[in-house]
Each structure stands twice: as structure tokens, then as C-alpha cells.
Design a protein around this ligand. Structure first.
Ligand code: BMA
Length: 381
């Protein structure tokens, strides 16, 4: 028999419902780390979270800027030339914005980046930004890996003031990203990438795990609270890694991070398809479980096989490996084309490239999303 207490509970249920839903969202990872995130940013997070295990957004660095054999041709994109569609995700880099330069380390003008971001957003695409910032201690490039730079920009350090000026310049750019209704365009900010490697000044041999965590906390706190930026999701990403404990060693905390990813390239010791698949699968398994235990979104934040010398690489190596995992996006690195050194650098095919037909075939799988697929997801609503 149902007693009075039962009926009382049923009466109060509607009042408790919002509390129940909010706690469920926090536990299930359905809300992003910034409690003040703009509605579009929250929607992006929630919708990406829903895609876990279902779809993978295909991304490309600098996609509308240039490709193999062309630069700044309106409407052009190597991905679009092959598939008829732009990618679903667009990567750009802020390196040198900190110096007040008008163009980045790869000569892309920031004014063009801003316009490309707006156009990508209007097409329903997702934007991620990396930042190859110079070494604040020496003034040399991001690859100047002498130790001490991280410590120098923390509060109390000799370069802390300089670093805040650099963050102000980043914040100016980010706050200028507006959609047609004047809303801020959401951006996935991928800071201090490949931090378990030793090649950048923020790398593992250049600072302690604690210093790195402090830098993350300081940076996000500054952008969120001092600069009032609430259109950002933050991506934490290592290079390829050997274990869950290596991955998490420099992770700053669930209250700061939204996306957990890693970068991997088919090169050097992993040049062979079998060796690459083996390592790649192992890291995908690890990222699946680490992201799921932290209720975060898993991603492949950079990948590539330079010049894609295997004509069936997309359907025989890349697709079967990623398709059985949880990552929601995969960002192929830039199609720099022929460089002055005579070497070429490109990670997605262009018309006439050996792997172009195979890439087109993969694009028709339905699992990997490009422009049309992402548009239909209404990711900002
Ligand atoms: C590297 C190469 C460089 C480039 C840098 C930053 O991997 O593509 O040519 O300057 O990324 O984009």
C-alpha cells in the first residue's frame, strides 16, 4: 500500500527534477568545465559528448588557407576538392600573435584566420586553435627547449608580466570571433600540446608536472576570469604515450579541461603500417578509458602520415583503427605543400594524389563526418 510519504515524494518530485538533472549532467560529463560557458559553447560540448562512439568529425589544419600548389583561393580546400565538402573541423594556429604580429608562424594572416573561422562557423563547422607560442624566456621559437621558461612565467617569475601581455593578445583575438547575431563563436583551445615530449619549451624535460599544472591553472583562470572569455572548451593533449599514468601525469584537473586527446604520426619507428596500427590502437584504447573515467570527450588532436605514400591507407589503416574507438574528432595536420627545402608536407590528399580515391571512399562511410554531416547535427543548438 502506498503511504502518505510516497504521495508527498511524488508531489515534490517536479521540484527536485532540476537538481537531479544538474547532478546527472555533471557526473555524466554532459556539461563543460566552465560553468559560465555561453549557450553555444555548452551546446557544442553537449553535442560532441553525444557523438562519443557514434561519429568522428574529420578535421584539417589551415584547410581553407592553402593546400598543395595553391594559397588563399576563395572557396578552395584540398578536402573539398576530393570530397565536394569542407571538413567538419578546422584547425588554425595562433603562434606569433603573442608578439603582436599580423600573421602566424606559418605566414597565415590573423585577419584571414578570423574570417575563415566565421565562415566555418556559419557552415556549422567546429573550430580548434593551437598556439606555438615563442619561448618567453629566450625570445626564440616554441622549439627552443631550454629549461626554465615555464617557471619564469608563473606568478612571481621574471616573465610573468610578459606572459599576461601575451595572453591579453590571445584574448583580444578570441573575443573578436563573433557570429552573425553578435554571439561569441565557440573555440576548442588546445594549449601546451604534446607536453609529454621534450621538443617544446613546455615539454616534460623542461618543467616539473606541478609547474605544468600551475601553468594550465593560471592560464585558464586568467582567460576565464580576468578576460571574461566563456566561448572556450579546453583540450588537453599529449603526443603518443605509453601508459595511462604517463598520459595523466601533467593533467591539470577536471574543472579546467573538456577534451582529452593525443597526437600521433606514422613516421620513424612507426613508419610501418603494422607498427603504427599497433601503437595507435593501444593509445586509442587508453584514451577511451581515461576520457571516460574523467567524463571528458576523447579526441585525436593531430595525426598524419606525411605524403600518405600508401594509396589505400585511409580505408586499410586509418578508418578501421579509429572506427572501433570513441574519439569524436580527428585533426589531420596541414597541407603545407612543397617547402623551400625541397621536401613536401601534406597529410590529406589533393586532386591527383595517390590516396585521393581511397580518401573519397572513406568519406562516404557515414561514420566520418564532413561539412554536410556536421551541419545536419546543429552542433551549436
Ligand atoms: C609543424 C610543421 C611546421 C609548422 C608547425 C606549426 O608540424 O608543419 O612546418 O611550422 O607545425 O604549424
Amino acid at each position: 500500500m502506498k503511504n502518505d510519504a510516497y504521495y508527498m515524494k511524488m508531489k515534490l518530485f517536479p521540484y527536485f527534477l532540476p537538481i537531479i538533472i544538474c547532478s546527472y549532467q555533471a557526473i555524466s560529463g554532459q556539461s563543460c568545465a566552465d560553468p559560465q560557458a555561453t549557450p553555444e559553447t555548452q551546446a557544442l560540448y553537449k553535442n560532441l559528448y553525444q557523438l562519443i562512439g557514434k561519429n568522428i568529425l574529420f578535421g584539417h589544419q589551415d584547410d581553407p588557407c592553402y593546400g598543395v600548389g595553391w594559397k588563399y583561393i576563395s572557396g578552395r580546400s584540398d578536402i573539398r576538392d576530393i570530397t565536394g565538402e569542407y571538413p567538419a573541423l578546422y584547425g588554425f594556429d595562433l603562434g606569433r600573435i603573442e608578439l603582436g604580429w599580423t600573421h602566424n608562424l606559418d605566414s597565415v594572416p590573423f585577419e584571414k584566420t578570423r574570417v575563415f573561422i566565421q565562415e566555418a562557423y556559419e557552415r556549422g563547422g567546429v573550430i580548434t586553435l593551437s598556439w606555438h607560442l615563442n619561448n618567453p624566456l629566450t625570445g626564440l621559437t616554441a622549439w627552443d627547449n631550454k629549461p626554465g621558461a615555464v617557471a619564469s612565467i608563473l606568478p612571481g617569475g621574471a616573465k610573468n608580466e610578459l606572459y599576461t601581455v601575451w595572453l591579453d593578445r590571445v584574448a583580444d583575438f578570441l573575443s573578436g570571433l563573433k557570429g552573425k547575431r553578435g554571439e561569441s563563436i565557440p573555440v576548442i583551445l588546445r594549449l601546451f600540446h604534446e607536453l609529454n615530449g621534450g621538443w617544446f619549451w613546455w615539454g616534460k624535460d623542461q618543467c616539473s608536472p606541478d609547474e605544468m599544472k600551475q601553468l594550465w591553472r593560471y592560464t585558464i583562470h586568467y582567460l576565464r576570469n580576468e578576460k571574461n572569455l566563456h566561448n572556450l572548451l579546453y583540450a588537453f593533449n599529449t603526443d603518443k604515450f605509453n601508459s595511462g599514468s604517463e598520459y595523466i601525469e601533467r593533467y591539470p584537473g577536471d574543472d579546467l579541461i573538456d577534451i582529452m586527446g593525443f597526437d600521433i604520426y606514422q613516421a620513424n619507428a612507426l613508419r610501418d603500417n603494422a607498427a603504427f596500427i599497433n601503437f595507435f590502437s593501444k593509445d586509442l584504447n587508453l584514451i577511451d578509458s581515461v576520457a571516460s573515467s574523467h567524463h571528458k570527450i576523447p579526441a585525436l588532436t593531430e595525426f598524419g602520415y606525411n605524403e600518405v605514400p600508401d594509396s589505400t591507407w585511409w580505408t586499410k589503416v586509418f578508418f578501421p583503427t579509429v572506427a572501433t574507438h570513441q574519439i569524436v574528432y580527428a585533426l589531420a595536420w596541414r597541407n603545407a605543400g612543397k617547402k623551400q627545402s625541397g621536401n613536401a608536407e601534406y597529410y590529406v590528399p589533393y586532386p591527383g594524389a595517390a590516396s585521393a580515391p581511397d580518401f573519397k571512399k572513406m568519406s562516404e562511410s557515414g561514420k566520418i563526418l564532413f561539412e554536410n554531416g556536421i551541419k545536419s547535427k546543429n552542433i551549436y543548438k
